[in-house]
Design a protein around this ligand. Structure first.
Ligand code: G3I
Length: 374
């Protein structure tokens, strides 16, 4: 009896010791990542470019694989690259993109089937309605069929709206009329009934544009055509749009019965010419220090403002995680961001959460601190 009691006491002590060790155990750094931090909330992704798809830099590949569980092709799936001529498709790079996603266990997003920009020249030149319908149908069905069961969701139509909520005068609208929108979603869902189909646009927090998007989406829904989500691109700055505007938009799109994805998140810290009184982007701002104030590095004060802004935004995302399917950064690190070249070429911007040396920034730490997982 005494032996048994001694055994039980020793066992209990050992269990207590081990469990204390467990709770104080420092997690290996591989556990601390964006994707693990938000694993119960939404996919966390990045737009990746050609070099990243080809795994040209093993350090970058390791960072992408460690931090993200979703990818978006930044450029290579746009029609000028994937369908460069009427009767020829170029799938070499897009096959590698899908293979990258499968190799790293990613949620793979397709960007974008129908977009007026980076539109193949042969496509943009079509004026006849029947010819455009046939071209669009072949484009969508060929690409979606090729990646059926591999690509999890598509930006079926990108940026079809003007800022006032009316339809943008694109080659598609001019030749086919507004039915091109419903056709696009129908062809995509007929081809792959399982992929989630999104309408994607920027400035989706602007009231007029939001109302225009809702009206456009309801028309598609009223035809009984499948549309699963709205992509709010999220090209924002340190102050606008307000958290209130973002929240109202997330709620409004969700009320359509749709998923909401934040599809192209970045936060510019640079002045934008149009914010200047009467500024016109084409007005010669190139090289002006005023428009490129942080060429030599980002001051701590701005680093902190960026961190606070990302924290406020992710706090809102977590509040509405029931509505949000995915949050994708538009790029992996500051050095690759399109915002180093837009709206003014050759600037030094700092819009993402990894710096030019691929190190996590204060903004990374601020969003990681929002959950108890690390
Ligand atoms: O492919 C050519 C290359 O051959 C050439 O040497 C090089 C010379 O500059 O240009 C390369 O093309 C560039 C392309 O990105 C690929 O890098 C284009 O000039 C450049 O304009 C293009 O910019 C892309 C932009 O879309 C085009 O509108 C950006 O990388 C990309 O981040 C941006 O992404 C869009 C989304 O698709 C839709 N939402 C808005 C977002 C920002 O504009």
């Amino acid at each position: 009896m005494k032996t048994l009691k001694t055994f039980l006491v020793i066992t209990t002590i050992l269990i207590l010791m081990f469990s204390c060790k467990q709770t104080n155990m420092v997690k290996p750094s591989t556990f601390i990542s964006l994707k693990n931090n938000f694993q119960d909330d939404f996919y966390i992704g990045a737009a990746i470019n050609e070099n990243q798809i080809l795994e040209k830099d093993s350090v970058v590949t390791a960072l992408i694989s460690k931090e993200f569980n979703s990818i978006t092709a930044e450029n290579i799936m746009k029609s000028m690259y994937i369908h460069p001529a009427k009767d020829s498709f170029a799938f070499n790079l897009t096959d590698k993109y899908v293979a990258f996603g499968e190799k790293h266990g990613m949620y793979i997003h397709g960007h974008t089937l129908i977009w007026h920009s980076q539109l193949a020249a042969w496509f943009a030149d079509i004026k006849d309605s029947t010819e455009m319908v046939l071209a669009m149908e072949k484009h969508i069905k060929t690409i979606v069929d090729k990646y059926k069961g591999k690509i999890d969701s598509w930006d079926v139509v990108n940026e079809a709206l003007n800022e006032d909520g009316t339809l943008r005068k694109s080659a598609f609208l001019e030749s086919v009329g507004e039915d091109y929108l419903a056709f696009a979603f129908k062809w995509a869902s007929d081809t792959d009934s399982k992929a989630d189909l999104y309408y994607n646009d920027y400035n989706m927090t602007n009231l007029n544009k939001r109302n225009g998007a809702i009206k456009m989406i309801e028309k598609i829904q009223d035809k009984g055509i499948k549309i699963d989500g709205v992509g709010m691109q999220g090209h924002w700055n340190l102050k606008t749009p307000s958290i209130k505007d973002i929240e109202e938009s997330i709620i409004a799109y969700s009320k359509l019965g749709l998923k909401v994805a934040i599809t192209e998140l970045d936060i510019t810290v640079l002045p934008n010419p149009k914010d200047l009184v009467g500024a016109e982007v084409s007005q010669g701002f190139e090289g002006s220090e005023k428009m490129n104030p942080y060429a030599k590095g980002l001051p701590d004060s701005i680093q902190t403002k960026l961190a606070q802004r990302y924290r406020d935004i992710f706090k809102l995302f977590l509040k509405h995680k029931d509505k949000i399917s995915r949050v994708t950064f538009w790029g992996v690190s500051d050095g690759q961001s399109w915002l180093n070249g837009w709206p003014i070429k050759g600037r030094t911007n700092y819009p993402l959460v990894f710096d030019r040396e691929l190190k996590p920034k204060q903004a990374y730490d601020s969003i990681m601190a929002l959950t108890s997982k690390n």
